[in-house]
Ligand binder design. Structure first.
Ligand code: DGT
Ligand code: CA
Ligand code: CA
Ligand code: ZN
Length: 585
């Protein structure tokens, strides 16, 4: 397997160490290089073997960084990194995972208190030592104490944005083998859960051992954890991949079982028992008419009713097939029994993207490029929503009233040449008081669409943030509440809020709640979307694209909305242009 992620992590560590020492410029250069190494389709060790010039073919990698990479690939380190580690001997990666703790904070706490690990940071916070350090207070100390617990869990589960493509690569690799009759992704990835403990893959074959070996022999499999007839586990890029191989005529029941969720399976089993049936990974069995106590029968007890396909498994239990996204034991079995399953949104239903950035704020591409890419993607319309000025991650790049007026003219020009409809919106900040700013109400009124998103004061005061979000959805010019919780998965916890109360307020105000499709956010998520759908609030799926390829994130947004039982009628951007405009008035 390639070592790109490992090399990128080392470049990031070195960037942090330089930043801790007060270097303001080079860290960003190294971080950009690290991102590009991570995303490069070429194996970094192959490039390094050719020498520094080959490494420099990766964008953003200059001569100096390329030499470090070559040294690192050959020897496991490079001289400057060792010096920097000696100067500040801390577990930088673990410590900076704590919300609000950056490299400079790490250095201050190291120099003042000798903190080098997450455990030591936690102890210092619990013992009240941090508040005594200059520049820190009791509140910061409390935030750090809370952040440590979150940082511990973070990193244990992988983002769907990493595991989903990996799972697809694994299934492609397995499908190449002649003895494989069927192959499918199972587990939490098939349910499109936003984080995953591992990659579960199921294959149908009569030659289990050969299929297991085929996975173990995959060039990207770094470690082989176990291998055998029915189960093989390997590690790819730090992620565990579990393969089960079953006989073809039990593929459906195995797929049902290994898709989960565990609580869905428990509920399904109880439903089966109530009918005198038994369901497990080997099939659905009628156990009324057979000797369930036969010790030789094992799990395959009674008359086999179904096993080959998932549809047949559910059908044998008197149920329609249930989409994996909603197999979370949130009422789907009752709904299936009553033939009242939702007709879930599909990607084809989505007509446009309502959350898109250009180089007018922090995007990297011109208006015309983003619009053309939206048309190529197949959208009927796109809404440009650059950041308004105000606090947030985008510094000084936000738009003022004047900028927005100027942008309106630029969009009119682009619209004239575009194949699709181009709407003009903005993404404004919602501050801790629920105020939408910093542009004026008049400027907001002139726009086609206004997204209000929390970017500042995210849970700083702790406690419930429902009021703040409700006042944003009640703002007369706000059409969409963007990434409502402000979470960054594994990095920053979601704000606390009452999903049902927010949903009711959004439904009353006619404001949509966003499913932000960025894989670091997926915000709102399944259960909160479900609350919105139940309350009759509209959902808006936005990719938050900052570049053309990010339009592809739509699929994550759609499947997340499906986890919340959303139908096309619930979704603002599943409407055609006329209906959308009516909704935005
Ligand atoms: P994850 O990996 O933590 O993201 O979540 P899952 O749902 O992929 O769980 P995993 O990988 O442990 O197992 C895959 C599926 O296999 C799980 O969703 C249901 C089924 N399964 C595994 N172990 C058990 C079990 O002990 N009882 C039941 N009922 N089902 C299980
Ligand atoms: Ca799993
Ligand atoms: Ca597993
Ligand atoms: Zn945005």
């Amino acid at each position: 397997m390639s070592r790109n992620a490992e090399v990128a992590a080392v470049l990031d560590e070195y960037a942090d160490l330089m930043e801790a020492q007060g270097d303001d410029y080079r860290p960003n250069v190294y971080r950009r290089a690290a991102d590009n190494v991570r995303d490069s389709p070429e194996a970094i060790e192959d490039l390094a073997a050719e020498g520094p010039e080959a490494v420099q073919s990766i964008e953003g990698v200059g001569e100096g960084i390329a030499e470090h990479v070559v040294d690192y690939v050959e020897t496991g380190t490079f001289a400057e990194l060792e010096e920097a580690r000696e100067e500040l001997p801390v577990e930088m990666d673990a410590l900076t995972r704590v919300e609000g703790v950056g490299p400079k904070t790490v250095k201050k706490l190291h120099d003042a208190l000798g903190v080098t690990t997450l455990d030591e940071l936690e102890r210092a916070a619990e013992d009240g030592e941090i508040r005594e350090v200059e520049g820190f207070g009791a509140k910061t100390e409390e935030n750090i104490r809370e952040g440590v617990a979150f940082a511990r869990q973070a990193g244990e589960r992988d983002l769907l944005g990493k595991t989903r493509p990996l799972a697809d690569d694994v299934t492609d690799h397995l499908a190449d083998h002649d003895a494989v009759e069927r192959v499918a992704v199972a587990g939490s990835i098939r349910r499109w859960r936003e984080t995953n403990g591992d990659v579960d893959v199921l294959a149908a074959s009569d030659a289990g051992a050969a299929v297991g070996d085929h996975l173990a022999d995959w060039e990207r499999a770094a470690d082989v954890i176990e291998t055998g007839e029915t189960k093989t586990s390997v590690r790819v890029n730090g992620t565990r991949v579990d393969l089960r191989v079953v006989v073809p005529n039990e593929f459906g029941s195995a797929l049902q079982y290994f898709t989960g969720s565990q609580s869905h399976n428990v509920a399904l089993r109880n439903h089966a028992i109530a009918q005198g049936k038994k369901v497990n990974e080997y099939g659905v069995f009628d156990v009324d008419r057979s000797d369930v106590d036969d010790p030789d029968a094992g799990q395959r007890v009674g008359d086999l009713l179904a096993a080959e396909t998932e549809e047949a498994v559910y059908d044998a239990l008197g149920l329609p097939w249930i989409p994996p996204e909603i197999r979370e034991n949130r009422g789907e079995i009752d709904a299936a029994r009553e033939d009242a399953l939702p007709d879930l949104l599909t990607e084809d239903d989505v007509r446009g993207d309502l959350h898109v950035h250009s180089d007018w704020s922090d995007g990297d591409y011109a208006l015309a490029e983003m619009v053309e890419a939206a048309a190529e993607f197949g959208h009927d319309y796109v809404c440009i929503t650059d950041h308004a000025e105000g606090p947030g991650v985008f510094g000084d790049s936000g738009l003022s009233d004047d900028d927005l007026r100027e942008q309106a003219d630029a969009i009119a020009d682009v619209r004239a040449d575009a194949d699709i409809e181009v709407l003009h919106g903005v993404e404004a900040n919602v501050d801790a008081e629920g105020t939408v700013g910093a542009v004026s109400d008049d400027a907001l009124a002139d726009l086609d669409l206004v997204i209000a998103s929390p970017h500042s004061g995210l849970g700083d005061d702790g406690g419930d943030q429902t009021d703040r979000l409700v006042s944003a959805v009640e703002h007369p010019h706000v059409d969409i509440l963007g990434h409502p919780s402000g979470r960054l998965i594994n990095e920053r916890p979601a704000m606390e809020f009452d999903a049902a109360e927010l949903a009711a307020a959004a439904a009353d105000a006619g404001t949509a709640l966003e499913v932000n499709a960025n894989v670091h956010r997926l915000d709102l998520w399944g259960s909160a979307v479900h609350a919105a759908v139940e309350a009759g609030a509209a959902i808006a799926i936005g990719t938050d694209a900052h570049s053309p390829e990010e339009y592809d994130h739509l699929t994550y947004g759609v499947h997340t909305a499906r986890r919340g039982w959303a139908e096309s009628g619930d979704v603002l951007n599943a409407r055609d242009l006329d209906a959308l405009r009516t909704g935005l008035d």
